[in-house]
Ligand binder design. Structure first.
Ligand SMILES: Cc1cc2nc3c(=O)[nH]c(=O)nc-3n(C[C@H](O)[C@H](O)[C@H](O)COP(=O)(O)OP(=O)(O)OC[C@H]3O[C@@H](n4cnc5c(N)ncnc54)[C@H](O)[C@@H]3O)c2cc1C
Length: 615
């Protein structure tokens, strides 16, 4: 084993090494390569631009009777940014290296994680957008989503823990009994306790109808839950406090399939006679999953051995109750793709400005910083165009979520709810696909150094990958979009959304800086409308073959719409970068819509023609 410093002495005997920098990569100490982490930090300026110039946040909140304006929102985001940059980001690399471990049946998270979690909870961040009735701060959901973005950028493994807790909180708030809410919601909202979601079994992943875990009434209103769940994020940890598992299981005699699944609240610690939670429930961690990424996140095999639980909502209606949790989680998972892409972009842009390789195109600099090479700029711009478009779309979706919860008019609530439902698979799958592709492109900017773990880019790639898989794979999200969401209200929800985009594009077309993106987005929207009409009444194979391309087309158009709004709102003198980026999106990214539309039009035949035996 080579000690720190020995490597430097061997490879660079003449190098005068600053002792405080021992352990850094030798090439960095030679001044050949920029160091990591010299980045812009939390995107507060972009949040400000979106809140004040694009999303009309103040007016939206006033219409909902919310006493929050952009100034307060920005102050909250600044504090959230400090927490992420100063407390969570410094633990990211160590978390990746140490990983969570199972010691004598108990999970040990990496050094620093328990203290960081306490700081997070004590700062009131766990209940940022939660209902004040349960101890939350009741702040707009947009702040929650952007906090999620910053947490994912800083430390994805950590961010999952409060994310799942929030999902559990929402499911209990929507479907739990009054007694259950009073007992469990305040400590979950304060962050003293955490939540976990236990659906998956070795034989039941996408198809939860196959699950086998059983729940048998124990005669006092509770149930004995028995079975094994795999891949359970934050199933156990060492942060102290209770861990509230929401477990899907079958009651005796329940109907086959999804109609026989119920949801149970199964806490790690049960209430004792004195009202404290000290009695260990009959559940244990069988193993920690060995994963490709998010190593700090304790992903558990959970054994429930007659563990005591209580029914959440109605018997055999567990999947509906669980969907409250899963929909909130799906938006959060989409934001994970955005967060990692943003962090990877910042590292790659900083690196590209310093790394000297090759002659500049004009021949004036040799070697030139690699940012001068068009191909490197292409990679950086691809990421940036996704990140800023997605940040805007996340903000718009979050405001719709707010309207769906708080508007005084039931019709307005229902319309906003339908739009959120339509966009949820697009955000989940679109953002995580672009997020992973962005992490790979950022890694590519680093050349070989991107493949060396020390630079952190490999971690981004490995961490970003999971978001395409969990919370329903991206393929399943695409099926949800074409199979269920397009037919919401007989297709009227999608049509309404397209009409909204058309109106905004028509307005943007009249603004000089936005005309090009507005025209390109309009052409792509026409292709999307055509593809949507083509899928009406299509058979299962046609839908399945088209789904992923259709979702990507939908995501491209939605981001193009946001770019048109941003370009129209930007001050051409002081915010010219937005207009340049909108033009990049219009000319370099939106043309992909043509290829996607052609692939969708091809139907199922090319995909289904090869016989199963020929694969
Ligand atoms: C790190 C990690 C953390 C996780 N955290 C949790 C957690 O906290 N709680 C929890 O309950 N689960 C969790 N999961 C499980 C995760 O949600 C599932 O792995 C995921 O939903 C896919 O299920 P599966 O692995 O069984 O794949 P499968 O369902 O076997 O799917 C395999 C492939 O077939 C495709 N496929 C399957 N069915 C269809 C269909 N009908 N139509 C088209 N394509 C289909 C899928 O898209 C996929 O590409 C986690 C998984 C991982 C790896």
């Amino acid at each position: 084993m080579v000690e720190e410093g020995e490597l430097l002495a061997d490879q660079h005997p003449v190098l005068a090494v600053d002792a405080s920098r021992l352990g850094e990569h030798p090439a960095k100490l030679c001044g050949e390569i920029p160091g990591p982490n010299r980045v812009a930090g939390p995107p507060i300026d972009d949040y400000r631009f979106l809140l004040t110039q694009v999303l009309d946040f103040d007016a939206a909140m006033r219409a909902l009777g919310q006493e929050v304006d952009a100034e307060l929102a920005i102050a909250v985001l600044e504090e959230a940014g400090k927490l992420c940059a100063q407390t969570l980001a410094p633990l990211n690399r160590r978390g990746d290296e140490q990983g969570s471990r199972l010691v004598d049946g108990a999970v040990r998270t990496p050094e620093g994680f328990p203290a960081a979690y306490r700081a997070f909870a004590e700062g009131g961040w766990a209940g940022l957008s939660a209902d004040p009735e349960h101890g939350g701060q009741g702040l707009p959901f947009i702040l929650q989503l952007w906090l999620d973005e910053m947490m994912s950028a800083a430390n994805l493994s950590f961010g999952l823990i409060p994310g799942l807790t929030r999902g559990a909180t929402e499911a209990i708030a929507a479907h739990g009994s009054e007694e259950m809410k009073a007992l469990y919601l305040p400590p979950l909202v304060s962050g003293e306790w955490t939540g976990a979601m236990a659906l998956t079994e070795s034989g039941a992943g996408t198809d939860l109808a196959l699950l086998k875990t059983k729940a048998v009434p124990n005669g006092d209103g509770g149930f004995a839950v028995t079975g094994q769940k795999i891949f359970i994020s934050s199933g156990d940890h060492d942060f102290g406090g209770n861990i509230v598992h929401l477990v899907l299981a079958r009651l005796p005699g329940a109907p086959e399939g999804v109609k026989g699944i119920s949801l149970f609240l199964v806490p790690k610690y049960l209430p004792d006679a004195a009202g404290g939670f000290t009695v260990r429930n009959a559940m244990s961690v069988g193993a920690l999953e060995e994963k490709m990424g998010i190593h700090a996140q304790p992903t558990c095999v959970m054994n429930y051995d007659g563990a005591t639980g209580w029914l959440v909502g109605e018997a055999n209606r567990g999947l509906a109750a669980m969907f409250v949790m899963m929909n909130a989680e799906r938006l959060m998972v989409g934001i994970q793709g955005l967060g990692i892409a943003g962090a990877a972009y910042q590292q790659a842009a900083a690196y590209a400005k310093d790394r000297l390789q090759g002659r500049s195109a004009d021949g004036m600099r040799n070697p030139a910083p690699i940012i001068e090479h068009a191909d490197v700029r292409r990679m950086l711009l691809n990421i940036r165009a996704f990140v800023e478009g997605a940040r805007a779309l996340a903000g718009w979706t979050a405001i719709q979520m707010e309207v769906s919860r708080r508007h005084s008019d039931a019709g307005a609530r229902a319309r906003a709810d339908a739009l959120v439902a339509l966009l949820t698979p697009v955000v989940k799958a679109g953002f995580t696909d672009f997020g992973f592709e962005s992490a790979v492109q950022a890694q590519q900017v680093f050349g070989g150094h991107g493949y060396i773990r020390e630079w952190g880019m490999a971690q981004y790639v490995c961490d970003a990958r999971i978001a395409q898989i969990y919370e329903g794979t991206n393929g399943v999200q695409a099926m949800d979009l074409v199979g269920r969401k397009l037919s919401l209200a007989g297709g009227a929800v999608a049509e309404g959304f397209f009409a909204l985009i058309s109106e905004d594009l028509a307005r943007a077309a009249d603004v000089a800086g936005a005309a090009r993106i507005a025209e390109a987005a309009k052409q792509a929207l026409d292709l999307l409308k055509g593809a949507t009409a083509g899928l009406k009444g299509a058979g299962a194979d046609d839908l399945g073959a088209a789904a992923a391309d259709y979702l990507r087309l939908f995501a491209l158009v939605s981001l193009g719409w946001m770019w048109a709004r941003m370009a129209a709102a930007a001050d051409p003198a002081s915010q010219r970068d937005k207009i340049i980026l909108a033009d990049y999106y219009a000319t370099r990214i939106l043309p992909q819509a043509r290829g996607l539309a052609a692939a969708i039009e091809a139907g199922a035949e090319p995909t289904m023609a090869l016989a199963v035996g020929a694969f």
